[in-house]
Design a protein around this ligand. Structure first.
Ligand code: PEP
Length: 251
């Protein structure tokens, strides 16, 4: 049985004091809740947030990682470095990075392998653009991303992979896929996982929804059978909103 997972992507927001305050508030709001929660602050605040959430029920996530182990890669942060400061999970393939940093499925696949080899969890983002949705290409786009990004992985490695379906047109726009629309894509993705890795892996892999999820629409989205949680951007920056979503996930 899959349990729900709620992850917060803080993106390039916060200052040090704000990151510490938000993580302190979340530790207190989520205390005693029997669920799975993760927050991904900017790299430079990971250490500060790690100290605050240590021993709590919140996992520490990073928003990216290098595909290479070490060496002459100016500006990059390796998996070993992330592990060293307590990171447990890494978001990869976010549409903002696919777009602004031109990240390809091939590069994302290399990063996924690096993160898994380092023993950390991957949250792999996939999703279609609005033009692709109206052209009826959602399944083609998402299927290609899943196949390209997860190429060469074993069912054993898949135990450490979570997928986040994030329709690009819903990210930060206030527009969400309806629960039924989102669930249909999740179901399709689960079918692709079954073809690639077998039914057991497909049934056990968590598929989160992301794209303007908030405390007003989370309950309906999380009630869908193939929606196993949420990857939350904007609403993860407010302790009351994020913790309300977390509470829906353990109902
Ligand atoms: C995201 O960027 O992963 C995201 C889902 O953002 P938002 O919740 O703000 O749409």
């Amino acid at each position: 049985m899959r349990t729900k997972y709620i992850a917060g992507n803080w993106k390039m927001n916060m200052d040090r004091a704000g990151a510490v305050d938000l993580s302190k508030a979340l530790v207190s709001e989520l205390k005693g809740l029997d669920g799975s929660f993760m927050i991904a602050p900017p790299f430079v605040y990971l250490d500060a947030v790690a100290s605050v959430i240590k021993g709590s029920n919140i996992r520490l996530g990073a928003q990216n990682a290098a595909s290479t182990e070490n060496g002459a890669h100016t500006g990059e942060v390796s998996v070993a470095m992330l592990k060293d400061i307590g990171v447990q999970s890494v978001i990869l393939g976010h549409s903002e990075r696919r777009d602004a940093q031109n990240e390809s499925d091939k590069l994302i696949n290399e990063k996924i392998l690096a993160v898994l080899n380092g023993g950390l969890e991957v949250v792999l983002c996939i999703g279609e653009q609005y033009s692709q949705r109206i052209a009826g290409a959602t399944e083609e786009v998402c299927g290609k991303q899943v196949r390209g990004c997860l190429k060469g992985l074993t069912p054993e490695q898949m135990k450490n992979v979570v997928i986040a379906y994030e329709p690009v047109w819903a990210i930060g726009t206030g527009k969400t896929a309806t629960p039924e629309e989102a669930n249909a894509v999740h179901k399709f993705v689960r079918g692709v996982l079954a073809e690639m890795f077998g039914n057991e892996t497909a049934e056990n892999t968590k598929i989160l929804y992301g794209g303007s999820m908030n405390d007003g629409n989370a309950e309906a989205l999380l009630a869908q059978p193939d929606i196993d949680g949420g990857l939350i951007g904007g609403a993860s920056l407010k302790a009351d909103k994020f913790s309300a979503i977390c509470r829906f996930s353990v109902k």
